[in-house]
Design a protein around this ligand. Structure first.
Ligand code: PFF
Length: 448
C-alpha cells in the first residue's frame, strides 16, 4: 500500500481544511441565501448553527480521522465493537463517499461556469466576442467542456498527494482568495448604493427567524459550508500529526470559514444595491431580492457592465475568486473517494484520482444532459438531506458508540490534561445529546 500522506505543518493543514470549507457555498451560497431569507435574520441563525452545531461535528470528524489515520469506512468500523455497529459504520462511510461524489458532480458543473465567466471578460475586451458569449451562455457543449476542464484541474492537484498537491496549492490559493475578496469588498463599498445593501444585510427582520424553511436552509448552508458529514474533514484530520491540539485547530478552520462567508455577504448584498442604484433590476415580480443563479450570472454582470474598464477588472477578479474558492473545495471532495481507493484497494494515487475523477465527471455529464430534472434534485438530496443525515450518524458514532476512554485517549495525545479542560467537559455530552436532537428535529420537520 502507498504510504499515507501527512500535512507538513499546522498552517498547511489549516489552509487546506479552510480551503475545503471556503468555496462556492461561502461566496455564492451564503450571501444569496441571506439575500432571499431576510438578510441579517439569516446571518444570525447561520452564525448560531455554525458554532453550536457545525463546529462540534467538525471536531468529531477531525478527531475520528486522526484516531483512525484512515478513511471514514476504516474510522467508523474501528471505533465500533459489535458486528452490527461495524457494518452500519462501514455503510455510513460508504454513503459519505457517495454523497461527496454527488456534491462534486454538480459542483464541477458550476465551477466550470466560473472558469468560463473568468475567461470571458478578457476575451471580450480583446474582441473575441463570439467566444466570450459561448463561455457565458448556457449550452450543453459549454457545460460539458468547462466541467471537464475543471475536473481535470482537480484530478491534477489531487494526484500530487497531500503535501505536494493539496497543501501546496491551498497555500497558494487561499491567500490569493482572501486578498481578492478584501479588495473587491473595499471597491464595492466606495460605490453609491452600497450603504443600502449593508442595511439589509445587518438589520435583522426578526419575524423571519423562526421560519422552518429559513432554519433548514441555514442548517444545510452551515453543513455544506463546513464540508461536513461526507468524510472530507475526517480524511483531512487523518493527515494531521498526533502532536497537534485539535480543538483549537478546528476552531480556527470554523472561524475562517464563517468569517469568509460573512465577508462575502459584505460584497454581494452591497453590490446588489449598487447595481440597483445604476438601474439594474434586483427584485423579482413578487418583490423578493433576486438570488442564486440570477444574482451571480445576471445581476452582477449587469453591474460590472456599468463600471466601464474597471468593471472588466472587477468582473475578472470576482469570477477568478469564485474559481479559486471552488478548486480548493473540489480537491477535498475528490480526496474522499481517492483516500478510500488507495487505502482499501492499495491503488496508486494517480490511478485512484483519475478513476474517481472520470466516474464523477461522467455523473456530471449525466446531470448536464438532464439538467432540468437532475441538477436541483442532486443538490437538494446531497446537501439538504444527505449531509445533515450523515452528520447525525457521526454524532451517534462519536458520542455513543466510541468508548469514552478511547476517545479521551485520542485527545490526550497532545494534551495530557484535556480531561480537566472546558472542551472535554462540554463537547462529548453536547455531541451526544444536543446535536442529534437539533439535527433530528430540523430534518424531521422538513420531511414532515
Ligand atoms: N464547503 C464547500 C463550499 O462551501 O463551497 C463545499 C463542500 C466541500 C461540501 C467539500 C462538501 C465537501 F465535502
Amino acid at each position: 500500500m502507498a504510504t499515507r500522506g501527512q500535512f507538513g505543518s499546522r498552517l498547511g493543514f489549516i489552509l487546506a481544511a479552510a480551503g475545503s470549507a471556503v468555496g462556492l457555498g461561502n461566496i455564492w451560497g451564503f450571501p444569496t441565501q441571506a439575500a432571499s431569507n431576510g438578510g441579517a435574520a439569516f446571518l444570525l441563525v447561520y452564525l448560531v448553527l455554525a458554532f453550536a452545531l457545525a463546529y462540534p461535528i467538525l471536531m468529531a470528524e477531525l478527531i475520528l480521522g486522526r484516531h483512525a489515520h484512515g478513511n471514514s469506512v476504516v474510522a467508523l468500523t474501528r471505533i465500533a465493537e459489535s458486528s452490527s455497529t461495524k457494518a452500519i459504520g462501514a455503510l455510513t462511510g460508504l454513503a459519505g463517499i457517495l454523497v461527496a461524489s454527488s456534491i462534486l458532480s454538480f459542483y464541477s458543473l458550476v465551477s466550470g461556469w466560473m472558469l468560463g465567466f473568468t475567461a470571458s471578460y478578457p476575451l471580450e475586451a480583446l474582441g473575441f466576442t463570439k467566444e466570450a458569449a459561448w463561455l457565458t451562455d448556457f449550452s450543453l457543449s459549454r457545460n460539458v467542456i468547462l466541467m471537464t476542464l475543471f475536473s481535470a484541474m482537480t484530478v491534477g492537484i489531487v494526484m500530487g498527494g497531500v503535501q505536494e498537491g493539496i497543501e501546496r496549492w491551498s497555500r497558494r490559493l487561499m491567500p490569493t482568495l482572501i486578498v481578492t475578496l478584501i479588495l473587491l469588498v473595499g471597491y464595492v463599498f466606495s460605490l453609491d448604493g452600497a450603504a443600502e445593501g449593508l442595511k439589509v444585510y445587518l438589520i435583522p427582520d426578526i419575524s423571519k427567524i423562526w421560519s422552518a424553511d429559513l432554519i433548514l436552509s441555514a442548517l444545510g448552508s452551515a453543513f455544506f459550508s463546513l464540508s461536513l458529514g461526507v468524510g472530507t474533514m475526517l480524511i483531512y484530520g487523518s493527515y494531521i500529526s498526533d502532536e497537534e491540539y485539535l480543538p483549537s485547530i478546528g476552531a480556527q478552520v470554523a472561524l475562517i470559514d464563517v468569517g469568509i462567508a460573512v465577508l462575502a455577504g459584505f460584497l454581494i448584498l452591497p453590490a446588489m444595491y449598487v447595481a440597483a442604484a445604476r438601474g439594474v433590476e434586483i427584485f423579482d415580480a413578487s418583490g423578493r431580492l433576486l438570488s442564486e443563479d440570477t444574482l451571480i450570472f445576471t445581476v452582477l454582470p449587469e453591474l460590472f457592465a456599468t463600471l466601464g474598464v474597471i468593471g472588466l477588472i472587477v468582473a475578472t477578479a470576482f469570477f477568478f475568486l469564485m474559481s479559486v474558492a471552488a478548486l480548493t473545495s473540489s480537491i477535498s471532495m475528490l480526496e474522499v473517494p481517492v483516500a478510500f481507493l488507495t487505502e482499501r484497494f492499495s491503488w496508486s494515487r494517480a490511478r485512484a484520482a483519475t478513476t474517481a475523477g472520470i466516474c464523477i465527471a461522467l455523473l456530471s455529464g449525466v446531470i448536464a444532459l438532464n439538467f432540468e430534472s437532475l441538477f436541483g434534485f442532486v443538490i437538494a438530496a446531497s446537501t439538504r438531506y444527505g449531509q445533515p443525515m450523515l452528520g447525525l450518524m457521526l454524532c451517534i458514532y462519536t458520542g455513543w458508540i466510541w468508548r469514552r476512554d478511547s476517545l479521551l485517549g485520542e485527545l490526550k495525545k497532545n494534551d495530557p490534561d484535556v480531561a480537566s479542560g472546558l472542551f472535554w467537559k462540554i463537547w462529548p455530552w453536547y455531541l451526544r445529546l444536543v446535536c442529534p436532537l437539533v439535527i433530528g428535529t430540523i430534518l424531521w420537520r422538513s420531511l414532515a
